[in-house]
Design a protein around this ligand. Structure first.
Ligand SMILES: [Zn+2]
Length: 59
């Protein structure tokens, strides 16, 4: 899974920065929770987002 997933309309990963955490959510509104800045976006938020796109978004 090294290829970038194809982005579909309205399902881009959005990272927003809190005071001491990063929040991940999908453009469609689904939240992926928050991580600390020293955690990897790729390993936590992007993985949840990929699952969301692969399993929950009809292609
Ligand atoms: Zn979505």
């Amino acid at each position: 899974m090294s290829d970038e997933p194809n982005l579909t309309d309205g399902h881009e990963l959005i990272i927003s920065y809190g005071d001491c955490e990063l929040w991940g959510r999908c453009e469609c509104g689904k939240s992926f929770g928050s991580i600390r800045p020293n955690q990897s976006i790729d390993e936590v938020l992007a993985m949840k987002w990929e699952k969301h796109v692969m399993l929950e978004v009809p292609r």
